[in-house]
Structure formats: structure tokens, C-alpha cells
Design a protein around this ligand. Sequence first.
Ligand code: GDP
Ligand code: IMO
Ligand code: MG
Length: 427
Amino acid sequence: MPGIVIVGAQWGDEGKGKATDQLGDRVDYCVRYSGGNNAGHTIVVNDEKYVLHLLPSGILNPGVTPVLGNGVVIDLDVLYQELDDLAARGAEVQHPLVSANAHVITEYHKTIDKVTERFLGKAKLGTTGRGVGPAYGDKVNRIGIRIQDLFDESILRRKVEAALEQKNHLLVKVYNRRAIEPDEITDHLLTFADRLRPHVVDASRVINDALDNDKVVLFEGAQAHHLDVDHGTYPYVTSSNPIAAGACVGAGVGPTRIDRVVGIAKAYTTRVGSGPFVTELHDVDGEKLRTIGNEFGATTGRPRRCGWFDALVVEDAVQANAFTDVFLTKLDCLTGWEKIPVCVAYDVNGERHEVLPYSQTDIHHATPVYEFLDGWTEDISKCRTFDELPANTQAYVRRLEELIRCRISGIGVGPGREETISLHDLI
Ligand code: GDP
Ligand code: IMO
Ligand code: MG
């Protein structure tokens, strides 16, 4: 039975939240496997907008069991803020199951994230400032704090002290900040222990049992392929593995458990934060895309950088994640252009590249080679079948399929759950 992974095919904010929520009524478990509250996943149900940062997007579907896998980094203040906010809005949601092996984001991770960015000045990465990178750094350095540590106070105190020993030297001597008191951190973490305890599980076992029992498990990616620490535009990446294979590591399932991998790609391209972006627009078209697409970060509110669809970027994600399907979002936002440029190759110092160059120097020096597809003026937001789309819109979709070498199985024509065209069933 299906294990389905959803992965962003560009640089994030492709509409993964909507796609996850939209599949919700056919899903039993919805698992976040990487990242933390650096994500911002928007869901619109009956004109009500929800933005989830840490909770899995399937949580708004009553039959879905939400899970935070071992690969997630958890800011417990944010977890409970999100749950309380949803309850205050009248949404009936379950507390997610939480992997005992997931790591926590503490105050010192957030502080270090912010001071490091400030110290980098112009070379900053443009992180979300949520402490995600430093928390993963501690995990890999083997000085992280895991969820299960909250249930053994003496171990927790020792671990927090050890984690802060070097950091306090750094904060005081390099960054000229005050030292952080280990007991303050430990006492704060302990305030969550009782509320958290009943929901802490061996998530890997829970998910594998569910798959054994023919349940449908949706692994909801955060961030995106090109923000992956191994496969993205390093160092302008996040500190985890959002790629499809990351679902195996971050949820504790073997690769043979994954039946489908769905890439979510926007019909144009956006990026928040620093890093290369070959089709970025600095003109009126870029402004127009930002306005029509409401391209402002769901987490930080920052204006998103906007540009045309880059087939090399998405094709690269298709092959590295072995997407079985692509869900193309925000096609409605392209209505009204006479011609729509699509990047089909890069020109790097006179040399044509039809696949994404591995060399970031080449990417930095690339100029886009565009194919100009015919646009359309009709409002497509009410279309619910592919045949209802104008001929030029259909041709745009079909040409993208050829360029990215993957079938497009769903199309988003608006932010609402129902504003979707399905070409092939995903479950
Ligand atoms: P995520 O991080 O991948 O979940 O994406 P975000 O929620 O950060 O950003 C996607 C934005 O596009 C949100 O405001 C969504 O409500 C919106 N959205 C998603 N799909 C569509 C679509 O097909 N059409 C339009 N117009 N908006 C969409
Ligand atoms: P969703 O799940 C877009 C970007 C940040 C920055 C880089 C590193 O909503 O698609 P981090 O705080 O992770 O250390 O920042 O990654 N970034 C995202 N960009 N969407 C996201 O999530 C992102 N999560 C991180 O802007 O460039
Ligand atoms: Mg987002």
C-alpha cells in the first residue's frame, strides 16, 4: 500500500501545503520528515486560510494522524503555539505523534542563527532565523537535545550544559553577547514534558506498522530539492535533506516502502533568501508575478524573488528524486501574458547547457535561453478538467511535461482545496 512522498521541485513555497491537504481525505498518516518551523505551508479551506510551520498539513483532515518524524527539528514553543492557535480558531486537530529521536530547537539555536547571519553581513544566507541550521549542526556534532531527553532531567541538564559550554565562549568572546544560563534552558524545556509525554512514540515503528496494515502514509516534504544540503545550491540551502530519500532517513522507513514520489512545481519560479537564480526577473514582469502570485514569505513575510519557469531546475529535481508525478501549481497566476518565456537551456560563456550544470560557478555565470510559449487571457480558476483549459494553457502544460521529462498529474488553478485539476490519480 502506498507510501507517498511530496517534495518541492524548486526552492520552496511551491504549494506543498495545499497539495498535501488536498490529498488529505485519502490519507491515514501525514508525516513531516525534515526541517522545522522554517517551513510555511498555506492551506485554504472554505476561504479560511491556515499557515502551518511545524505541524503536518494533513492535520486539518479529521481522519489523518499527524506525525513529526525523527528528521524534524522541533521548537516546542512553536508546536504548542500552533496547536493552541488552531484550537482557538475552532479547528479540531489531534496532537501529532512525535518521534522520541527528533531534536529540539532551543533559545540558543535561535540566538546563534541570528548572530551568525549578522556576522556574515553581505554574505549572509538569508535564513529564516528560526534556529534550524544550528539545531542540525548540534545533531551532527552529537551535542543535540532529543525529545526523549526531556523525560530524564539529570541527563537533560548535563546535555544542555555541555551544549552551551563552547557556545557561551563564542557568544561572549566573538559575538559580544551575554552568556546563556543552562538552567534557564533546561527549566523551560521541562515545562513541556507532561503535555508532550503521551504523544511521544517510536515513530519509525508506528509508520512501518501502518504501512504493514495497508494504511496510506503521506510524507510531507518541507523546503525543496534545490534547498537540500547535499543536492541544492550550497551554501544557499537549508541544513537538512528535503529530497525524497530524506523521507526514509527522517521517518525511519526503507526505500522499498515508497511507492510514489510527487514533485510540486510552481508554473514559474520563486526563491526567498540568497543564492543563484538564473531566471530571476528584476523588471515589471517580476513585480507582476509577485503581485499576482502574492509572493511574500509565509514564514518571514519577505518578498519572494520571482522569475520564469526554469525547466533545468525542475528536470534536475525530477531525475534526482525519481518523481513519478509532478503537481503544477499556480498556473492561474500566468493568465494575461501574451508570451510566456520558459527557460530551456543555459548559456554559460557561449556554451549551451541543456541540463543543470554541476558547477555552481557555471550557474552563477549562466544566462537563460528562453522559448516563448503563447499565453492566454481567459480566467482559468474555475476550470476543473484539463479539457476546460484554453488550448494555449494546455500547450504550456504539455511543453513543460516534455522539458521536465515527467508527467503532470495535477494542476493548481487557485489556492483553495477544490481549485485543482486532476489528470491522474495520485492515490
Ligand atoms: P509551500 O511552502 O510549498 O506549502 O507553499 P506556500 O504556502 O509557502 O506558498 C504557496 C502559496 O501559493 C500559498 O499562498 C498558497 O495558498 C498559494 N497557492 C497554492 N497553490 C496555488 C494555486 O494553484 N494557485 C494560486 N493562485 N495560489 C496557490
Ligand atoms: P517551505 O517548506 C522557502 C530558505 C531560507 C534560506 C535558506 C536557509 O515553506 O517551502 P533556514 O532557516 O532553513 O536555515 O534557511 O532556506 N528556506 C525556505 N525558502 N520555503 C521554505 O520552506 C524555506 N525554508 C527555508 O529562506 O534561504
Ligand atoms: Mg512555504
